[in-house]
Design a protein around this ligand. Sequence first.
Ligand SMILES: NC(=O)c1ccc[n+]([C@@H]2O[C@H](COP(=O)([O-])OP(=O)(O)OC[C@H]3O[C@@H](n4cnc5c(N)ncnc54)[C@H](O)[C@@H]3O)[C@@H](O)[C@H]2O)c1
Ligand SMILES: [Zn+2]
Length: 354
Amino acid sequence: MRVLVTGGAGFIGSHIVRSLAEAGHEPVVLDALLPSAHATAPEPPAAEFLRGDVRDAASVRAALRGVDAVCHQAAMVGLGKDFADAPAYVGCNDLGTAVLLAGTAEAGVRRLVLAGSMVVYGEGRYACPRHALVRPGPRLPEDLSAGRFEPHCPACGAELAPGLVGEDAPADPRNVYATTKLAQEHLAASWARSTGGTAVSLRYHNVYGPGMPRDTPYAGVASLFRSALARGEAPRVFEDGGQRRDFVHVRDVAAANVLTLEAAGALPPGALTAYNTGSGDPHTVGEMATALARAHGGPLPVTTGEFRLGDVRHITADSSRLRRDLGWRPETGFAEGMAEFARAGQRASATPGG
Ligand SMILES: NC(=O)c1ccc[n+]([C@@H]2O[C@H](COP(=O)([O-])OP(=O)(O)OC[C@H]3O[C@@H](n4cnc5c(N)ncnc54)[C@H](O)[C@@H]3O)[C@@H](O)[C@H]2O)c1
Ligand SMILES: [Zn+2]
């Protein structure tokens, strides 16, 4: 299969390009090499490469020549600096997706895999002993300042137990980036309905591993901790370190993309199917910091009680649908993956927030 990988020079995209080539496919990369994602000249992708923007119809048309499937990874990631960044996010992520999909429709390509995100779910899913499943709203600044990090039941105030979020959970995007990731899915669903194509959104959880961009707030906490360790400093863990996340290795995410691209022909046409893409083995941010610090040989993390408004407390996926439908099996476990990452290189990035 000849596969167009947009954003194929980025962190996840470059692993997908490598995995596609290893599986005997022919990847072609379209990437604008955004300065926010690439400070220094990136390594040339191990594939045919076109430098261009997904918002540019002519670049998209050229990149789609002879292509059988599209794997759409290009996006602006991160929380941005402030709301003034909203037009740039919406431009790259949503206008870009619309231009790409229009080109895909015109070129007769009917297979699309989208880099989705767990950010579409907001604060995840919780069980109250009296009210069963509840969805708490954003945490209040006064609670966070007082060290009350756990969300409480919106009906009775009881303590809640975090649960696993399934694909059918209602969307609740809480920032501009999350909103653009949700809109990408809606655009892809519309594309599928009007072309009869097959669209899949792989809703990645916290992806980490070699090549991860350095010091960008979104690209992750694992990367910030890794950078601190490299400077000989202790990783600074916010809140009380008890935030639960699903850290999934980038090679497993790349494998999920290859598998989905190959299987897309057997998935329902004319619709978008969403798959949570997580390891299924949630850990706290504190555990992750400790694992990295130990593998690096110290210093051990400190828990600071600081917080970021808008962060969610726990968000962990139920990724069993992807395992059941497509036979995906993540291969890099938490301990092994973190030990490797503690030693592996990160990628330089120009501006934090990119
Ligand atoms: N890293 C994670 O944990 C994570 C989690 C959930 C979803 N995602 C999604 O995965 C995808 C890849 O993210 P990543 O972490 O590899 O980020 P990244 O910044 O390393 O890669 C994104 C790439 O897209 C390119 N790009 C951005 N806008 C473009 C445009 N308009 N035209 C052409 N190229 C453009 C950038 O130059 C970059 O090379 C994104 O869609 C992101 O939303 C990532
Ligand atoms: Zn309750």
